[in-house]
Ligand binder design. Structure first.
Ligand SMILES: *Cc1c(COP(=O)(O)O)cnc(C)c1O
Length: 491
């Protein structure tokens, strides 16, 4: 299986190991498999009797054929083992009749990013071996909170790799900051940037594109690599849980093979929901894919009108991981429905003007599969309270956006198809906001108090990894100004 750039109309391909090692295509496009493998009914029946690592190894082997299924099975067993994902990697919970929650946050950092960032470091390590790379990969991450911690936890002590994470000093929650500054591992570095997320992000991009920096890294026997969701190595593992949820619905008797299922995905960068789209193209019987946004409804508007326009007011919400106006992975969808030439010209327009409009036939193809809905802050808080009161189900603000959008879709369409909402974070990652939404505000901004208050208010348990963070010593206290981030890298 070869990988081609979304912007290359000559479709020159590279191996999956090469695509994972380099992350981004040389022309600035994103890597896509040149064809999408398909799953037969027999495949579904075989997958249904496997555990999560077995399902992951099989599906990944269709895309990453140069790795071989034996190696992938080893990676998956290691990544998703019980100790890292107590109770299983992607359990499906029934919330009410025909409505299920796919809980993707039982990993070491309590957000869905673990599903990919536990296995991606192994995929990278394997890629370094397969491509004969002798240098150490230095992963650079700018984070607004969840990605940084999940990447640190995934890459810690992985051979041949080191990682530096930059977070905005005053732009992450106290819980998120504690999770990162107490990070364990011998190959990790965490530095605060005296600025906001954009300053950190701009600094990382500057370092990536600076020839002198690259040469300096090379002299040190290293090269820079990225861990964000434009890398195919992060996207591919996310396809697995949509197929896995379908198998679990079959096993539980909620559906029989061939019945369609809707998936609702709380969306920021369009990575998670794009993985669902790939699963559909592989033959997963999907009804609608419902793209759920918070007040930053750039994608809702796109699906409604065909105009993608990031020149708009930016809202800081209680679902911060979806506070995104640049949904990078949408480029992959455009490529899938319109091809490389159209993608290259639309992305050029986006770079110049911050806006593009897709042709009518492209919009029609998008709308054939996707519905877009958004939930504002009041609706999100209201949904947290409602789900807990009516269904005894506790969700975080991102997941609440998903459930509210599902309800709006049902109300609009009367569709009674079995529906799965992707639950993307533990409510304990946002304890103060969840308590407030339940009508039980926490009096202090101390993370320990907020965790205890949520547990007391709901009779649920604090996830062990978050309780543990409170007991760890702080290791990383350094900060740099945005123009001095280089110093944190070469120290
Ligand atoms: C990253 C994140 C999302 C958005 O996922 P995308 O792949 O960027 O669309 C949603 N919820 C949570 C909790 C996240 O951390």
């Amino acid at each position: 299986m070869k990988y081609v750039s979304t912007r290359d109309k000559n479709a020159r391909g590279v191996s999956s190991a090469e695509a994972i090692k380099t992350g981004l295509a040389p022309d600035g496009g994103l890597f896509m498999p040149e064809s999408i493998p398909s799953l037969t009914e027999d495949d579904f029946r075989s997958l249904a009797v496997l555990d999560y690592p077995g399902r992951a190894a099989f599906i990944l082997s269709l895309f990453l054929d140069d790795y071989g299924i034996g190696r992938l099975d080893g990676y998956a067993r290691e990544s998703y083992r019980e100790e890292r994902f107590p109770g299983g990697a992607a359990p499906l919970r029934k919330v009410s009749d025909g409505l299920f929650s796919l809980e993707l946050w039982h990993g070491p950092t309590c957000a869905f990013k673990d599903m990919a960032l536990q296995i991606m470091p192994r995929l990278l390590s394997g890629a370094l071996t397969m491509t004969g790379e002798r240098r150490t990969a230095h992963i650079l991450v700018a984070t607004s909170g969840d990605t940084g911690k999940a990447a640190l936890e995934g890459y810690r002590d992985v051979p041949g790799v080191k990682i530096t994470v930059f977070y905005p000093r005053d732009g992450v929650s106290r819980m998120q900051k504690m999770q990162m500054t107490t990070q364990e591992g011998g190959n990790v570095n965490v530095t605060a940037v005296e600025g906001n997320f954009d300053d950190a992000q701009t600094g990382v991009k500057r370092i990536f594109s600076d020839g002198a920096m690259r040469e300096r890294a090379d002299r040190d026997g290293t090269f820079f690599s990225s861990a964000n969701s434009i890398n195919w190595g992060r996207l591919a593992p996310q396809i697995v849980y949509y197929v896995s949820a379908y198998c679990d619905l079959m096993n539980g008797g909620a559906i029989k093979y061939g019945d369609t299922v809707n998936y609702v995905v709380p969306t920021g960068n369009f990575g998670n929901i794009f993985a669902a789209f790939i699963a559909k193209k592989m033959g997963l019987p999907v009804g609608r894919l419902i793209c759920a946004s918070n007040s930053n409804r750039v994608l809702t508007d796109f699906i409604e009108t065909g105009v993608y326009d990031r020149n708009r007011e930016f809202f800081k919400t209680i679902s911060p991981s979806m506070d995104i106006l640049i949904s990078s992975n949408l480029e992959r969808l455009i490529f899938s429905v319109a091809g490389a030439e159209t993608t290259a010209s639309l992305m050029d327009e986006l770079g110049r003007t911050g806006r593009y409009k897709v042709p009518a036939d492209v919009l029609a193809a998008v709308r054939e599969t996707f519905s877009g809905y958004s939930a504002d802050e009041n609706e999100t808080r209201d949904e947290i309270g409602k789900l807990f009161r009516e269904d005894g189900y506790l969700v975080d603000p991102h997941t609440a956006v998903g459930f509210r959008c599902a309800e709006k879709y049902f109300a609009d369409t009367g569709d009674g198809t079995v529906t799965v909402v992707a639950s993307t974070a533990s409510p304990y990652k946002f304890p103060a906001d969840v308590c407030a939404a339940l009508g039980d505000p926490v009096g202090s901004d101390d993370p320990a108090e907020a965790l205890n208050a949520l547990s007391a208010a709901t009779g649920t348990d604090i996830p062990a990894p978050l309780a543990r963070v409170l007991t760890l010593p702080v290791r990383f206290t350094g900060s740099v100004s945005p123009d001095k981030m280089e110093d944190a890298i070469f120290g």
